[in-house]
Design a protein. Structure first.
Lengths: 293, 378
C-alpha cells in the first residue's frame, strides 16, 4: 500500500476463541450482537461465560454486518447459528439484527457487560463509542440507574479520533501513546465539533507544532468534553471505561489525571462490553423461556 | 367511533385551508398569535378569528436576516412561515409578551410582512406582584380599544361574556377529555391529546367544542387495543412535534399527561365571573399556570407539574428543552429535583427544528428500560 493511500484510521478487525471450552458441555449457548455506528461486535457465551468473540467495521447494511460478525465469532468454535439458543441485538443498528429474539439498548448492555468484565463494584460506566459517548450509573447488579449521552456531534468519540489519525498520519492504535509524547500538555483545541477541531489542528500543524503536541491538544479537548458529561451524571467509584476508545491510553490517562479517579483495568477488550451484556441478557431471556426463572 | 381524532388531525394538517375557508364563509378578520398569553376571549368578543402561529419543522432557510440564529427554533420557524407566505390570509398579528425570542418573531413579522393590524400586549413578567392584575387590566383595555378601532365596532359586555364563554367551554371540555388519561389504561394516547389541544388553537372554538361534546359521549366505551406500557409525562415549552410523540408511544409507552403551552398549560385555567370583564380576563392570565419566563420568585409551574405527575400516576418524565429557550432551561434543575422528590425520574432531551430520532430512540428506550423494562432479566 502506498504511503498516500494508507488508512491510518483503520483499526484491526479480529476474532478469538477462548481455549479449553467446549460448547457441547454447555446447557445454554447465547450470543450478543452489538451493531455500533463504527464497529460491530459479537460475543458467544456458554452458560454465561465468554467463549468466542469478533469485532469488525460496521458496513453500510446493518443486517449483513450482523450476520458477518456473528458468523465470524462462531467460526472455529464448531457452533452454528442454529445451536445458539438465544440472540440479543444491541447498538445503533440493533433493530436490524436478524435472528435476534429481542433488542436491548446499548446503554443497558454496556452496564451489564461492564459488570461482567469488572465485577459488582462498578458504579459508573463511561462508554466511548464510534459516534456517541455515554455516561452510565449502575447498581451492584449492573442495572442502569441513570445515564446521559452526548449531543449530536462526534467530537469526543471514536470517529473523531479516526478523522484525526488520518489527519496527522499516525495509526489509530498508536495515536493515544503518541499524544502522551509531549513535555508539557498544550491548551486543548475546540471540543464542540469534529470539523472545527480538525480545522484548528490543521492550523496548529501549519504553525509548526509537532504532531504529538497537536495530538495532545486534540486528546485533551476530547477528555474535557467527556468530563463535562461525566460530571453531569456524577462519577462514583468504581469507574470503568468501555467501547473502542477505552483502548486509547492517551484518553484513559488524561481521564485519570483530570478526573482524579483511576479507571479499573480490564482483562478483556472493553469494546466487547455491549455485546457481552447482550449475550448475558440473552441467557436470562432463554432461562425465562424454559422456566428457569 | 371517535372520528373526532381524525378531524383534529385534519384541522392541524390543513390549518391554512381551514382558516381561509372560515374567513371566506364568515367574512370575519383572522388574527395570528404567537404565545398563549394572548387573551383569545377578547378576539372572540370582537368576532375576530384567532389562529396560533406555529412552525412547520422544516429546516429554516429564510429567517437569517431577521432573527438571530441562536434564538429558539420556534420563533425562527414561526417567522419562516410568514416570510414564505403561508399565513398570507392573516389580517393581523398579536403577541402577548412572554419571551424576547417570540417578541423578535412578532417584530420582524410586523416590519417585513405586509399586515393590516399588529398589536403587542405588555403582559407583565412580575405576575407574582399584587400590581400585575390591575396593570394587565389596563393593557387589555388598550388591546380592546385597538381592536374596536380596527374593526369599527364597539365591544359590549355581552360580547366579552360570549368570548369568555367560548374559551371556558372549550378548555373545560378538553380538561374532561384529559381525565380519561388518568385511567390505568388511558382512553386516549398522548399523540391524540396533543392533536386535540393543537387543533383547538387552529380551529373555530365553537366547532371544536361541539366535536369535543360528541367525543366525550363516546369516550367511556372506547377501548384502545394497545398495551399502555410505561406512563410518561412530557414537559417543556411549545411542543407540536407529533412524530416524536408517535415514535415514543410506539416503543412501549403512553404519554398520560403533559406540561406544555400546546397542551395542559393552555387549557388548565378558566376566566372567573366579575363585573369588570377585562379584570376577570386579566386575572386568568396572571394566575394561570405560568410560562417560566414569568414564573419567579416562586416556581408555581413546577408545583403544578409535580401535582400533574402525581394525579396522572406518572412513572417517568421526558423534559424537553427547546434549544436556546432560556426561560425553560432555567427551571430544569429545580423541576428535576421536585419530581425526584415524589419518585418521578426525568430524562432530558434537546429539541430543535428537526429531531434526530435515531439518537433519541436509544435514549428514550434506555430510559424506559431503567424505569421498568428489564427487571426480570437480572
Amino acid at each position: 500500500m502506498s504511503k498516500q493511500s494508507k488508512e491510518f484510521w483503520r483499526w484491526r478487525e479480529y476474532r478469538h476463541t477462548v481455549p479449553e471450552m467446549d460448547w457441547h458441555d454447555a446447557k445454554i449457548v447465547t450470543a450478543g450482537v452489538d451493531i455500533g455506528s463504527v464497529g460491530s461486535k459479537s460475543v458467544i457465551m456458554l452458560d454465561g461465560k465468554l467463549h468466542a468473540y469478533a469485532a469488525i467495521r460496521t458496513g453500510g447494511v446493518s443486517e449483513e454486518t450482523a450476520i458477518r460478525v456473528l458468523n465470524w465469532a462462531l467460526d472455529e468454535t464448531g457452533l452454528q447459528t442454529k445451536n445458539v439458543h438465544c440472540i440479543v441485538g444491541t447498538g445503533y443498528g440493533r433493530v436490524n439484527v436478524p435472528f435476534a429474539k429481542r433488542t436491548i439498548t446499548e446503554i443497558a448492555c454496556h452496564a451489564r457487560g461492564a459488570h461482567y468484565i469488572y465485577g459488582p463494584t462498578v458504579r459508573t460506566v463511561l462508554d466511548i463509542g464510534g459516534q456517541d459517548c455515554k455516561a452510565i450509573r449502575c447498581d451492584e447488579k449492573g442495572k442502569v440507574i441513570s445515564f446521559l449521552m452526548n449531543d449530536k456531534c462526534a467530537a469526543g468519540t471514536g470517529r473523531g479520533l479516526e478523522v484525526f489519525a488520518d489527519l496527522i498520519r499516525v495509526p489509530i492504535a498508536e495515536l493515544g501513546k503518541a499524544s502522551l509524547n509531549v513535555e508539557k500538555e498544550p491548551a486543548p483545541v475546540s471540543n464542540t465539533c469534529v470539523i472545527f477541531a480538525k480545522a484548528e489542528s490543521v492550523a496548529l500543524l501549519r504553525q509548526g507544532w509537532e504532531k504529538e503536541k497537536v495530538a495532545a491538544a486534540y486528546h485533551l479537548a476530547m477528555v474535557n468534553r467527556i468530563i463535562d458529561l461525566l460530571t453531569k451524571v456524577g462519577v462514583e467509584k468504581d469507574f470503568v471505561v468501555t467501547g473502542g476508545v477505552a483502548n486509547n491510553i492517551g484518553i484513559i490517562s488524561r481521564l485519570e489525571k483530570n478526573l482524579g479517579i483511576k479507571p479499573l483495568e480490564p482483562n478483556v477488550d472493553p469494546i466487547l462490553a455491549g455485546a457481552m451484556g447482550a449475550a448475558l441478557f440473552a441467557k436470562a431471556l432463554y432461562e425465562k423461556q424454559i422456566g428457569l426463572r | 367511533m371517535v372520528k373526532a381524532f381524525g378531524k383534529f388531525r385534519e384541522w392541524i394538517d390543513n390549518r391554512h385551508e381551514y382558516a381561509k375557508a372560515l374567513k371566506e364563509r364568515t367574512g370575519n378578520k383572522v388574527v395570528g398569535y404567537f404565545c398563549t398569553y394572548v387573551p383569545e376571549e377578547i378576539l372572540y368578543a370582537a368576532n375576530v378569528f384567532p389562529v396560533r402561529i406555529l412552525g412547520s419543522h422544516e429546516p429554516p432557510t429564510v429567517t437569517e436576516p431577521y432573527i438571530f440564529a441562536m434564538f429558539c427554533h420556534l420563533c425562527r420557524d414561526c417567522l419562516a412561515q410568514g416570510l414564505k407566505g403561508r399565513f398570507d390570509y392573516l389580517d393581523g398579528i398579536v403577541e402577548g409578551q412572554s419571551c424576547l425570542h417570540l417578541r423578535q418573531a412578532f417584530n420582524a413579522w410586523r416590519l417585513h410582512i405586509p399586515i393590516d393590524f399588529a398589536h403587542y400586549i405588555y403582559v407583565p413578567h412580575g405576575i407574582q406582584s399584587p400590581h400585575a392584575i390591575p396593570y394587565l387590566t389596563q393593557e387589555l383595555a388598550k388591546f380592546r380599544e385597538a381592536l374596536e378601532d380596527w374593526t369599527g365596532k364597539k365591544m359590549t359586555n355581552e360580547d366579552l361574556d360570549r368570548g369568555i364563554r367560548v374559551m371556558n367551554r372549550n378548555r373545560e371540555l378538553m380538561r374532561r377529555v384529559y381525565e380519561y388519561r388518568k385511567l390505568d389504561n388511558p382512553k386516549i394516547t398522548g399523540l391524540e391529546a396533543m392533536e386535540m389541544v393543537l387543533s383547538s388553537q387552529m380551529a373555530d372554538k365553537e366547532e371544536h367544542s361541539n366535536l369535543l361534546e360528541k367525543l366525550l359521549q363516546e369516550l367511556p366505551s372506547r377501548q384502545l387495543n394497545r398495551d399502555p406500557g410505561v406512563r410518561l409525562m412530557i414537559i417543556g415549552s411549545e411542543d407540536d412535534d407529533r412524530v416524536f410523540m408517535k415514535n415514543v408511544e410506539d416503543i412501549g409507552a403512553t404519554f398520560v399527561v403533559d406540561e406544555h403551552c400546546t397542551g395542559s398549560r393552555y387549557i388548565w385555567d378558566d376566566v372567573g365571573a366579575h363585573e369588570d370583564r377585562l379584570l376577570a380576563i386579566a386575572s386568568r392570565y396572571v394566575q394561570r399556570v405560568p410560562c417560566p419566563s414569568k414564573d419567579w420568585p416562586e416556581f408555581n409551574r413546577i408545583n403544578h407539574a409535580v401535582k400533574l405527575a402525581q394525579d396522572y400516576k406518572v412513572q417517568g418524565a421526558l423534559v424537553v428543552q427547546n434549544k436556546f429557550c432560556d426561560p425553560h432551561g432555567i427551571e430544569i434543575p429545580p423541576l428535576k429535583e421536585a419530581l425526584k422528590k415524589v419518585g418521578v425520574q426525568t430524562y432530558p432531551l434537546e429539541f430543535d427544528v428537526t429531531v434526530p430520532w435515531g439518537q433519541f430512540r436509544t435514549r428514550v428506550e434506555a430510559f424506559l428500560e431503567t424505569l421498568t423494562g428489564l427487571e426480570e432479566l437480572f
